[in-house]
Design a protein around this ligand. Structure first.
Ligand code: AMP
Length: 381
């Protein structure tokens, strides 16, 4: 067990690393972060910022000798980096799980081989793979890059073989999956923590609304039949157990109109759809990351209040500074800003979580806040 006073390392200095650092600090740990960005959200907060590339041998050597254990806030750190660190100190989640989660072909194949349902898909590694894939799938479909895609990036909608060929060229013939577009009744996610000795804590299933491929809102509890929620938790646990996973794992699902539950993807880290846990649960997903990293048992994931989390994207700054005073006027709404200077339209700048007697009421507050903080909205003072 790694106890308070120790130094923890995190690879990646975005908002997830920042919220990990906040949790670790409040529990009495020190944090070092590795991120090449001189002005990263985590770098401003960590006890030490190793400002270097993720494969910088000297920085990795320093991290290995100065930290008691290392975690990651994003899955795209080079595999060799995790393997190098893993040979010297605990790295949780481990390189094997991260390698599966970072690559859609490996991820979807792993899920399918476990007997868990996904949308129909084919791995596309050469132009020749497109014809049989298009012949087997019902159009429309999505061509998604196997690596480095997030928030709907690296995805092209296609209706026929010709479009698939053009799209594959557009993506420079990088390995992809071609996946059938499924009709979405709902999108759901399960966030769980699993300790090094296999103890698990599963958060209540969140109902997610995406806008333009980016998560907009998470509602907890979701409007999900109990049997569906139980099945989603069970599928997420099967995945975690099959990988002998240690850390926080998020699994995203599609629910189709005919009641099929399909796994879309997983993230080997705390997830945007679990941010509500900071304010609305006994133990936040970031505390779980610290606990599982340190060889401690997961804390209780119990929901203390129904909640709705809303992402705040850079486009909110288009017409000026958001009018936060209207958010703070709500007594049960918590704001989290990530300390990013530049507000690009699709950039995640922060989030807020509204808590209320029930999730419907929390949603109404969330929408009221959304309208009130918008600097483009007419002022009714
Ligand atoms: P992803 O990056 O794969 O998580 O996709 C981002 C969003 O695009 C998802 O949350 C869905 O809203 C949508 N999407 C992705 N794949 C599919 C699919 N096969 N069918 C329908 N919608 C999809």
């Amino acid at each position: 067990m790694i106890l308070p006073g120790a130094t923890l390392g995190v690879l990646g200095g975005g908002q997830l690393g920042r919220m990990f650092t906040l949790a670790a600090h409040s529990m009495g740990y020190r944090v070092w972060v590795l991120d090449p960005d001189p002005d990263s959200p985590t770098g401003r907060m960590a006890d030490r910022h190793l400002q270097a590339a993720y494969d910088d041998a000297q920085a990795l050597e320093e991290m290995a000798s100065g930290c008691a254990a290392v975690t990651t806030e994003f899955e795209n750190v080079p595999a060799e980096t995790l393997e190098f660190l893993e040979a010297r100190l605990p790295v949780r989640p481990g390189s094997k799980a991260v390698a599966i989660a970072r690559d859609r072909i490996r991820e979807k194949t792993f899920i399918r081989d476990l007997g868990l349902a996904t949308a129909p898909f084919f791995a596309i590694t050469s132009t020749d793979d497109l014809e049989p894939a298009c012949a087997s799938l019902t159009m429309p479909a999505l061509l998604k890059t196997s690596q480095l895609g997030y928030d709907g990036k690296g995805q092209i909608g296609i209706d026929n073989l010709e479009q698939a060929q053009l799209a594959f060229e557009d993506l420079n013939r990088t390995p992809c999956i071609l996946e059938e577009c499924v009709r979405l009744e709902q999108e759901l996610s399960v966030v769980l923590a699993r300790s090094v000795d296999g103890r698990t804590a599963v958060y209540p299933v969140g109902e997610n609304i995406h806008v333009n491929g980016i998560l907009d809102t998470t509602r907890v509890p979701g409007r999900i039949p109990e049997a569906v929620a139980d099945k989603a938790c069970d599928m997420a646990l099967q995945l975690a157990n099959a990988m002998d996973y240690c850390g926080v794992l998020a699994v995203e699902f599609f629910l189709t109109p005919d009641g099929q539950l399909l796994i879309n993807e997983m993230a080997p880290r705390p997830h945007n759809s679990g941010h509500y846990s900071i304010d609305a649960c006994l133990t936040s997903q970031f505390e779980q990351q610290v606990r599982t990293l340190c060889g401690l048992p997961p804390g209780s994931p119990r929901l203390l209040s129904p909640a709705v989390m809303v992402n705040v994207l850079g486009k909110l700054w288009n017409a000026g500074t958001p009018r936060w005073q209207y958010l703070f006027a709500e007594g049960h709404t918590a704001l989290h800003l990530y300390g990013k200077e530049e507000a690009r339209p699709g950039r995640k700048m922060g989030h807020y979580t509204c808590m209320a007697e029930d999730a419907g009421q929390a949603m109404r507050i969330a929408e009221r806040v959304r309208a009130a903080i918008d600097p483009a909205a007419p002022d009714d003072d």
